[in-house]
Write a protein that binds this ligand. Structure first.
Ligand code: GLY
Ligand code: MN
Ligand code: MN
Length: 434
């Protein structure tokens, strides 16, 4: 992503904040995995969105209209002993030269410098509650300024939720963001095809997961979330991530796995037969889910609202379940009473971006939000019939199916970033047996 992109985003945010405001945004903390071992560092998405700065121990301060500089980055200073262990770091010069800060200060000077920056600012834009340790520090700085009121210093009087402004920006993806998301989807599609080609009865779920990791890493990406690789009945566990069982002849395999590129996620699910051939029952249910997914994708266009794709899946899935005898009754009654929820219990999808479940409001006031160009969402209906489901014929039990694609709202309708991952029955069988 080019430095200009970050300048543009900061400018946009500052124009929303208005003069007289100040925004404070800390980088993600390092997370300890156990004892001396750290989790792989992932920058906070909001912080990354505005800076592109990948290091921990940093704070971004935006001060619109400030003559001496509007964008200040506090970060770690160059330290040869740290570089020895952890590799190169930006340092103060890098923060200015490579990341476009107007000024940079050592993170160790934050407590000393920040109260002065708050003086004469009316509004503090800050996300309260996400980082209790940082909340305390913000309060401390504000109180420090308040304590100087007798000497005529004005302390900020208003707190505004930074999320609210920033997440509205993040909801609409720029060309550069869509490029990263397309790249993440393309790598993920390669991984799904690789899994379909290699899968056979007797393999283990973790072996299939390894194929995804191989494909992600060899393209310089990381998993966007913990991969779900569930054979047979495990496909009915919505957040199954143990991925430890043997794959059995005659079962389906549900895989929800995708890559992250430059902190932008894909989110793709495919379901296919372990042995390369759908049984008649599997095929019948699969085609209901696929029809529902296609109907929902069709409903992704400007002017439709957020809930239209969901409503489309509910109708098609309920019709399908009635036709197959899994529900009994009248279509409209079944929809109204939400009878379908026994087998389709989640919603059709979510916003997608730097976070897999990305930021952005789904409702404006009490109304579902209209879809607009630049929004990206997942479309992922499913049907899940666990073993032991009462009153359900044996042939349906142990079948979990979800089909998930990543869809951009465009001026004329939509674009499916993950469309090259096979999802039609014939396509899947041809690839698996090719
Ligand atoms: N992979 C998480 C989801 O599909 O929402
Ligand atoms: Mn998913
Ligand atoms: Mn999803």
């Amino acid at each position: 992503m080019s430095p200009k992109e970050f300048v543009r985003r900061r400018k946009h945010l500052m124009s929303m904040m208005g003069e007289g405001a100040i925004a404070l945004l800390p980088a993600a903390p390092v997370q300890i995995r156990n004892r001396d071992a750290e989790h792989h560092y992932r920058q906070d998405s909001d912080f990354m969105y505005l800076t592109g700065f990948p290091e921990p121990e940093a704070v971004l301060v935006l001060i619109p209209g400030r003559k001496q500089g509007q964008c200040i980055l506090f970060c770690r200073e160059q330290d040869p002993s740290m570089t020895l262990w952890n590799g190169p770091m930006a340092g103060l010069e890098g923060a200015v030269e490579s990341y476009g800060a107007d000024d940079a200060f050592p993170i160790s000077d934050l407590d000393e410098i920040l109260p002065g920056l708050l003086e004469e600012r009316e509004t503090v834009c800050y996300t309260m509650g996400a980082r209790p340790d940082f909340d305390q520090r913000v309060m401390g700085w504000v109180n420090q300024v308040r304590s100087k009121s007798r000497s005529g210093v004005h302390a900020p009087e208003e707190f505004v939720s930074l999320d609210h402004l920033l997440h509205e920006l993040r909801l609409f993806k720029s060309r550069a963001e869509l490029k990263a998301m397309r790249e993440a989807a393309t790598i993920s599609v390669k991984a799904h095809k690789r899994a379909m080609k290699i899968c056979k009865p007797g393999m283990y779920e973790y072996e299939i997961e390894a194929e995804y990791l191989h494909e992600f890493r060899r393209h310089n990406s990381v998993p966007a979330y913990s991969s779900i690789v569930g054979g047979g009945n495990n496909g009915c566990v919505l957040h199954y991530v143990d991925n430890r069982d043997e794959l059995r002849d005659g079962d389906l395999l549900l895989i929800d796995a995708a890559a992250e590129v430059e902190c932008y996620a894909a989110d793709i699910t495919r379901t296919f037969p372990v042995n390369g051939k759908f049984s008649p029952a599997q095929r019948a249910l699969y085609e209901v889910v696929l029809d529902a997914q296609l109907a929902a994708i069709k409903a992704v266009k400007p002017g439709n609202h957020w809930n239209d794709p969901h409503d489309a899946t509910v109708r098609v899935i309920t019709e399908g379940l009635l036709k197959l005898g899994l529900l009994k009754g009248k279509l409209d009654n079944m929809i109204e009473s939400e009878a379908y929820k026994r087998f389709y219990m989640h919603r059709v999808g979510h916003w997608l971006g730097m976070d897999v479940h990305d930021v952005g409001d789904y409702k404006i006031g009490d109304e579902w939000r209209m879809l607009e160009p630049g929004m990206v969402l997942t479309i992922e209906p499913g049907i899940y019939i666990p073993i032991g489901s009462k009153g359900v014929a044996k042939k349906w039990q142990g079948i979990g199916i979800r089909i998930e694609d990543d869809v951009v709202v465009t001026k004329d309708g939509h674009l499916v970033l993950s469309e090259k991952a096979p999802k039609h029955v014939d396509e899947i069988e041809a690839l698996m047996n090719g």
